[in-house]
Design a protein around this ligand. Structure first.
Ligand SMILES: Nc1ncnc2c1ncn2[C@@H]1O[C@H](COP(=O)(O)OP(=O)(O)OP(=O)(O)O)[C@@H](O)[C@H]1O
Ligand SMILES: [Mg+2]
Length: 377
């Protein structure tokens, strides 16, 4: 294989050869899509939800009977933005010269969109000038129905879906739920980085989306599979990496996907032919050094009590009982009620997460590099 720049991607998804494992999850998504089951994808931040959706879409690249559409609605602030995003995604999906695409274009053009092209990438952005709420809802309905009426399967992924909770319009969940229910050939994947808000939408019995989807919980990639992947990528590029070095990476980043990828990216970028445990130590120190200014900023943004608790959680790595007497005494955290309040703030600020999907639920610091840095200070 030809030498490449850096095989460890810590940004947007590239292709299956740069993607580690997730075979079972990809298969599961295929089955859901084939059965027309809507899915909610849950995982802590930076575990690989978006990557998995794009990896799954890869399976349909050459299948002419399925259209896969992905939208990320993080930047949308209201229903009008949502419609524009939806229409842009549909419009961009089809090459302009095919017969079917002409139908799509003709359909979209009836709403008289303004089409702008990005100066750098040349990619189009559509915007509709529809202010009337009823018309807005009808437009969403028509866009979904139009796709659903083509003689094809449609898989529609909406990423950062929790963003709909920020819209000023209050009935979005029930509108979307109603339209989605009416579709026959379209499967949805809902995904979002804010777990609390996503749980609110899908797991609260009073809300429209309750019990409407199957859930896929994305966990850590098993160590043996990640280790094989790391080894393979180094070897493909004519470099060696010792098993101690790989074991250190997996442990130090706790196999939290983004941090593992980022670590490997930095180690690989050092461009050593043979990578040993000492090289892993140097890469770790480098990462902590360049991240330090951000860590100090975090400290300035937190109260002393929150910072102390964060440090204590980092030292525990996995903390099951934050208000236990021994823990509070050991780290001089004050009263249990102060700990409870600080804990809530740290959760709200997403400095820590609570993993409740295991037999013994625990708290953990989100950013693995911050966790390692706090352990040393
Ligand atoms: N299986 C994988 N193999 C290799 N790289 C991966 C894998 N899964 C994710 N990544 C990479 O890890 C990083 C984080 O993944 P991703 O953005 O998909 O996470 P996420 O769960 O969507 O995060 P967020 O909650 O912030 O939206 C990305 O750079 C992605 O390309
Ligand atoms: Mg994501």
């Amino acid at each position: 294989m030809e030498k490449e720049l850096n095989p460890f991607i810590a940004a947007v998804y590239k292709d299956p050869s740069h993607f580690c494992d997730r075979e079972k999850e990809t298969q599961q998504l295929i089955e859901f899509a084939e059965n027309g089951t809507n899915i909610t994808l849950f995982a802590i931040r930076r575990m690989g939800k978006t990557g998995l959706i794009l990896r799954f879409f890869n399976e349909f690249l050459h299948k002419k009977d399925t259209i896969c559409i992905y939208i990320d609605i993080l930047s949308t602030q209201n229903l009008a933005d949502f419609i524009n995003q939806l229409a842009t995604a549909i419009y961009s999906k089809f090459p302009k010269n095919k017969q079917f695409s002409k139908q799509v274009l003709a359909f979209i053009q009836q709403f008289r969109p303004t089409i702008r092209f990005d100066e750098l990438s040349g990619s189009p952005t559509l915007s509709f000038d529809i202010a009337n709420p009823i018309q807005q809802q009808q437009t969403i309905h028509s866009l979904f129905q139009f796709l659903d009426n083509q003689k094809m399967k449609v898989v529609f992924a909406i990423d950062e879906f929790q963003q709909i909770l920020e819209y000023p319009e209050k009935n979005i969940e029930s509108i979307l739920r109603t339209y989605i229910q009416q579709l026959k050939n379209t499967t949805f994947i809902f995904c979002g980085s804010n777990q609390k808000m996503m749980h609110e939408i899908f797991n609260s019995s009073k809300r429209p989306f309750f019990a409407s989807c199957s859930t896929l919980q994305l966990d850590h990639i098993p160590e043996n599979l990640y280790s094989e992947f790391i080894l393979r990528k180094f070897e493909e590029n004519k470099k060696t990496i010792s098993s101690e070095c790989i074991a250190f990476i997996c442990k130090w980043t706790k196999l939290h996907t983004f941090y593992t990828q980022y670590f490997c990216n930095i180690l690989f970028a050092r461009n050593k032919k043979n990578n040993t445990l000492d090289d892993a130590y140097l890469a770790a120190l480098h990462i902590l050094k360049v991240s330090e200014p951000v860590f100090y900023q975090y400290r300035n943004l937190l109260t002393d009590a929150q910072w102390k608790l964060l440090k204590a959680i980092a030292k525990a790595e996995k903390l099951e009982h934050p208000t236990a007497k021994d823990f509070i005494q050991e780290h001089k955290l004050g009263t249990p009620s102060l700990v409870t309040r600080s804990l809530q703030s740290l959760l709200n600020k997403e400095m820590i997460f609570y993993n409740s999907s295991v037999a013994k639920p625990y708290y953990e610091v989100y950013d693995k590099f911050l966790m390692r840095w706090l352990q040393m200070h």
